[in-house]
Design a protein around this ligand. Sequence first.
Ligand code: ADP
Length: 635
Amino acid sequence: MNLLKDPLFQALFNTSIPRIILKPNAPDFTIIAVNDAHEKITGKKGIDITGQNLWDIYQPEHSAADGAQQLLEALIQGIATHQTITMPPFKYDIPSGNAEILEHRWWKLEVMPIKGAGGNPVYVMITAINITEDLKTLKKIGQAKAREHQLAAELAASEARAKHIFSIAPVAIGVLSGRELIIESANDKILKIWGKQASIVGQPLCIALPEIEGQPFLGLLEKVFSSGITYYGHEIKAKLEHEGQMKDVYLDFVYHPLADAEGNTSSIMVVATEVTGQVQSRKTIERTEEMLRLAIDSVELGTWYINAETREFIPSDRLKSFFGFDSDEEMSYDEALSQIEESYRERVSNAVERSIMNNEIFDLEFPVMDRHDEKIRWCRATGKLYAGDMEKTPHFSGTILDITGRKEDEQRKDDFISMVSHELKTPLTSLSAYIQMLVNKSITTDDDFVQHALGRANQQVKKMGNMINGFLNVSRLGSGRIYLNIIDFNLKELILEVIEEIQLVTPAHTITLSPCIDILINGDRDKIGQVITNLLSNAAKYSPRGNTIDLTCTTNGSMAIISVKDEGMGVKPQDIDKLFNRFYRVSSKHTENISGFGIGLYLSAEIIKSHHGRIWVESEKGKGSTFFFSLPIYV
Ligand code: ADP
């Protein structure tokens, strides 16, 4: 019976799986029959292809390179062994709906020999099971698995990374798990803050750090656990035991709740920074500030602050009170200036500007009028510019002191000096007149002694007269009265006159004058003469051993510059700035036997200043000094 016509075979053959029956005539394998499913999938009709060779219909180019070869081998093997051969997945592309485009398909081919009555294969049936979808699913599963692996690896890596970061983090970190606050992990930094070893990991916090009982931390952690809200602690003091010793540490910390999958807090991450140093230095600053405030209060100092950029002015209550403002009254910088006595106002505001612009020290004494009772109060203000930085703008700040008491004392002293000088001047004037008369009379006598004695007496009276005049000038200067008798004069002539006079009283010293041109000055000739006299007599007085005094007179642009150089004892750098102060004398064993009142240089400086000149000194201790002064040339 023809097997192919058998209804049972037909039923089995015509399934939805493509099948093809071949003649076992290797290597051609003539196509005997194909089922409907085969026709549907390949588009190759049974009547067109039956009787043809398998390889003429299924060109190997539609399959993977070695697919046709594998099928051939399977057919031969199946026929030889009478066994059904299942081939590994096999790619064979089939035309899609529009026949132009090939679709990729994977097939599992079963090569089944169908034996005839003689026991030998009479047909070979190839069943092509489309496993494309299965493969896709498998591929997806494979991909999912691979992804799972990758994720697991990533997780492990990120855990390792987290652990590493945790251990090297510049801040202290620890994790406390469960309500028992078991120390799950703690990096070296947190162990250091706690003063404990790594062996505490695994212990509840209250066992590992028993000393925190009674301190706020356990309560705070409990709260974070219950509320799930992060807690930030700022500069909290903790008493912790470090190697058996209790230690105060200040901490900034965060208690951060960590939630489990259900969103419940399961552990708390502690991140802490020790700020003990910071807190202590701030406390030291606060203490110092407090002490400074006390000191300022006890000496009744007023203070001020001027923002160098915006010129915002912040006076202290005491400063305001000096100007007659109550503490709750606003006082602007201009209002403060307007309370300063008119003759000083410009000087003060210029000095403030100079300090801010040129970074000069501000140190001035000036009278201020109380705006309520119009009482005059003398103030001394000292201040300087403080450089700014990233946080602060530069500011000009300082202190102000009520020196009215001292000024009144000075005034009384000046009044006294003035009165005494006047009282002394009257008898001295008549003494001088008598001596003058005697000098005139003595011309007729031959007595050398009398002549000599009268000459000396005359000199001494003159010296005393100069001293008294000096005192009178000082007291006049103290009350701001210096009288200048302004005329035009030749500076060179004046210098020569003074040298001649001084040379008479200081014969031990040689005074030289470097070549000097005629210079016209418009000023008080006597007073400038007095300055040169002061400098020359000081040069002689403070040079007990040196015997040369060099005077120069040069010009520099519009100024005449006079210098007096000696080879005397010199002045120490710390005394230089004070030499021109009233009554200032250097006290040392070299000067103790040299008489003086400390007013010569003060007067000289005031005279030069009132002529719009400058006076200064260069000196080296033990080597000598050079005093200079400058005066505007009259043109
Ligand atoms: P007096 O000479 O009366 O003390 P001055 O005002 O003239 O006062 O001088 C003030 C001080 O300056 C002196 O006491 C002295 O210490 C110092 N001084 C002045 N001139 C010289 C100088 N040429 N060399 C060294 N020191 C000097």
